[in-house]
Design a protein around this ligand. Structure first.
Ligand SMILES: [Zn+2]
Length: 411
């Protein structure tokens, strides 16, 4: 773990503190039963703001090899993400006229959840995924050719040297995890065709701040992007943002479309509008972020008070979603086994493990109906509609959900 002394994007050395979530373990480091005997490493989790380029980021950098070589997150387990991937692939195949002579590349292609839709449409694809276990699944189960590597400038230039340039490059929810932001975007610039398109999805910092989604902050998630910060980053590498969409996934995300500046495409009306809206919101002003830490503290106190009242009334409480944001929330708010009987998660790879730090056991979601806890704290609040639909039987039997953000409430 190393601490930055300058902005990861622009190199600016003035970094203004916004929020400290204390010393916490790595959010995706689920524990095995054997590991419970050993102490866990914890690291400071602190958020800072770069006034020079508006980038919000954390101060510590975890070595990527430590985080992603056996990554447990499988994209395909979220129906919402799959639908979003299918829609964007279908649209780009039509709009860009993609076919058998095209190439679509995805950086951090995970289990092939997105590229499978291009492949079915007859478009050649190439996945790039550093987690070997997940890359093998993409190849074996979906037939997605996948390079087991970290994407960056070197790989982008190597593929270009081999004559493999991309009509479309996707990078979904990976840019925020990248320590060498400039190398990553330089890789796009090297790999994309002159008339090609780079499509990047990243959680939107404005949604995080406004909706108090502090639990999306964890060590794997180094940067929290505004449109302004992304545009400055892309411009530095000869890429122009030409369009942007706001997506509801992950608590509010941006989907950015960028092309080589030489293509000369003018910015779309909605890009111009979002730039203006951001500027008016105060994206570059430190004062815009000043009350975030206070609101986060208040949310913690009010959640602890709610759970404390329910426990005092003899209620049994479980939680849903053994993802990183759950680990941040439970560790920051000190909610552990005295409050939660267990956490459920759909991923069989997580079941049987324990949440880092708070060490609550992870079980199959069927446990909710089997054990019928009175309340379920919905740690995966970004998938609230999906989870509540899946848990119709639990709800029909009287089970209730607690949503933690933007303020704790029983639904
Ligand atoms: Zn900066």
């Amino acid at each position: 773990m190393s601490r930055i002394v300058a902005c990861r994007s622009c190199g600016g050395s003035r970094l203004e503190p916004l929020l400290s979530l204390g010393n916490v373990p790595l959010a995706n480091s689920l524990l095995t039963a054997e590991a419970l005997a050993a102490p866990e490493a914890t690291y400071p989790l602190e958020l800072v703001f770069c006034p020079a380029c508006t980038l919000v980021q954390i101060t510590e950098t975890v070595p990527p090899e430590q985080l992603f070589s056996q990554y447990l997150y499988f994209s395909s387990f979220s129906d919402t993400m799959l639908r979003s991937a299918e829609t964007v692939a279908g649209r780009l195949v039509r709009e860009r006229g993609l076919g058998a002579s095209s190439l679509v590349v995805e950086a951090a292609s995970n289990d092939g959840y997105l590229l499978q839709f291009y492949r079915r449409a007859g478009v050649p694809v190439l996945g790039i995924e550093p987690a070997a276990n997940i890359a093998r699944m993409a190849e074996a189960e979906r037939g997605i050719p996948t390079l087991v590597e970290f994407f960056g400038q070197a790989l982008g230039e190597r593929l270009r040297g081999e004559g493999r340039r991309a009509d479309v490059i996707h990078a979904n929810n990976v840019l925020a995890h990248v320590a060498d932001l400039n190398g990553f975007v330089a890789g796009f610039a090297a790999l994309v065709k002159e008339r090609g398109l780079v499509v990047v999805e990243a959680p939107y910092v404005r949604d995080m701040i406004e909706r108090c989604e502090f639990d999306t902050i964890y060590h794997e998630h180094l940067c929290y992007f505004s449109l302004a910060a992304l545009e400055r980053l892309f411009e530095r590498h000869g890429l122009a943002v030409v369009d942007v969409e706001q997506l509801p996934i992950h608590g509010g995300s941006l989907r950015l479309f960028a092309e080589p500046r030489s293509a000369g495409t003018p910015p779309s009306a909605r890009l111009v509008a979002l730039r203006a809206a951001e500027a008016e919101w105060g994206v570059g002003e430190l004062s815009r972020y000043a009350d975030f830490a206070t609101r986060v503290e208040q949310l913690k106190e009010s959640l602890r008070a709610l759970l404390g009242r329910l426990k005092g009334d003899g209620r049994r409480i479980a939680a849903y979603g053994a993802a990183a944001k759950g680990a941040t929330l439970l560790n920051y708010a000190h909610i552990a086994g005295e409050t939660l009987d267990f956490v459920v998660d759909r991923s069989p790879h997580k079941q049987g493990h324990y949440m880092p730090g708070v060490r609550v056991p992870i079980r199959d979601p069927r446990e909710l109906v089997a054990a019928m806890p009175d309340y379920v704290l919905l740690l995966a609040w970004n998938l609230a509609d999906e989870v509540m639909a899946q848990q119709a039987e639990y709800r029909a039997r009287g089970g209730r959900f607690i949503l933690p953000v933007p303020e704790p409430r029983v639904v």
